[in-house]
Design a protein around this ligand. Sequence first.
Ligand code: TRP
Length: 452
Amino acid sequence: MSSIENEGRDGFSSRFGIICAAAGSAIGLGNIWRFPYIVGESGGGAFLLIYLGFILLLGIPVMLSEFVIGRRAQRNALGSFKRLAPGKPWYLVGVMGIVAAFMILAFYSTIAGWTLEYIVKSLTNSFSGKSPDQIALMFDNFHTQALWPLVWQLVFMFMTAWIIVSGVKKGIEKYAKVLMPFLVILLIIMAVRSLTLPGAGEGLAFLFRPDFSAIDSNVLLAALGQAFFSLSIGMGTLITYGSYIRKDNKLGNIAVEVSVADTLIALLAGVAIFPAVFAFQVDPAGGPGLIFNVLPGIFQQMPGGYFFGVIFFILLAIAALTSSISILEVIVAYLTEELSMTRRKATVMATSAAAFVGMFCTLSFGALEGFTISGLHVFDLLDFTASNLLLPLGGLMIVLFVGWYMKGVDVKDEITNGGVVRARFTGALRFILRFVAPVAIAVVLFDSLGII
Ligand code: TRP
């Protein structure tokens, strides 16, 4: 099939814009909230090594594959498969992606809502003079109640929807561009403070000294799920964004740069958090509340901590927003392009549906805590299903699609921008896409499910 022209679709105006938007999608709560708590639950250093291996071997190839599919097809996550494989069941990968997008948006907005509460708590100086135990108690009191977590979740959903209605360029690009560098600077300052707390060494050892006896098939799956979640891959976010990338931008470079930035920020968050976890004697395996129990304590111990705390939680909420818009965009692009809805109507419908499911996630830390399915409450169930099952399965199908279904010349054409870019790695990449990545993902996924 010959290359499809842009057809006047909305798109990113510059290379810098697409990098910011893709990095904005990748960098979010996944790096700063989810990464530390999953590392903590998975025993530290050995998990980290495996995670890094998965990013390199699986993450970057899947990301590049998504870009290839999206830019070639010039369509949303589902429409892209229909267009590149007409009459074939490949579009089901897109269906799965849209289901995953709803699930992720639902539980993501719970945590994003918590960050909004923490902006207010910081602003009102609520942590001042509190011990680590008292800070943990504050978090407990807050996140188990019904009213405020729900209010903040809906506020966050509304902000996400509002940005999406205003369109791709004006909405996404503008917000992503300016703010992320500030988050990095703040994380570096926090890491320095955390590293100089008494007892910090233990945290560093936990993070960087691998204990391979901690590894089992569940830990491997957790690393795979975290790698995919953090890079925003496996459900078509980057197919959708890929369709907005200009034909003269180099997909390989973008995939590498975004993945490296995402990974560095997760590492930075780890270095900021784990020394403090051990200094304050918080349980590293304590679950989704980890950063909310630990970070206010770090700010307590900093000159200007009030100021840094406020700014940090604001930036974290914005990082969450540039990620949540990329999730919502998957659904909205599908509804507008395939079902001819207006952008406004599509956004309202998708947001309402996700918010409805999301409320159950939020309440599962309190009122609905006892409501479990195979031992997991709603929040954990959606997170596990989407991150550890649907994303790897989606990633598996995506590499199979690009490695086996698409013609080699077409893939190469897309990666080299029609032969303009020299890409010496295409041979190795093709080998990874056809053999290494599918086998690795399948083994980790099916092994932990007990299928093999
Ligand atoms: N990667 C984002 C984060 O780290 C979350 C996210 C955005 C995402 N789009 C996604 C996760 C698509 C999975 C799939 O916070």
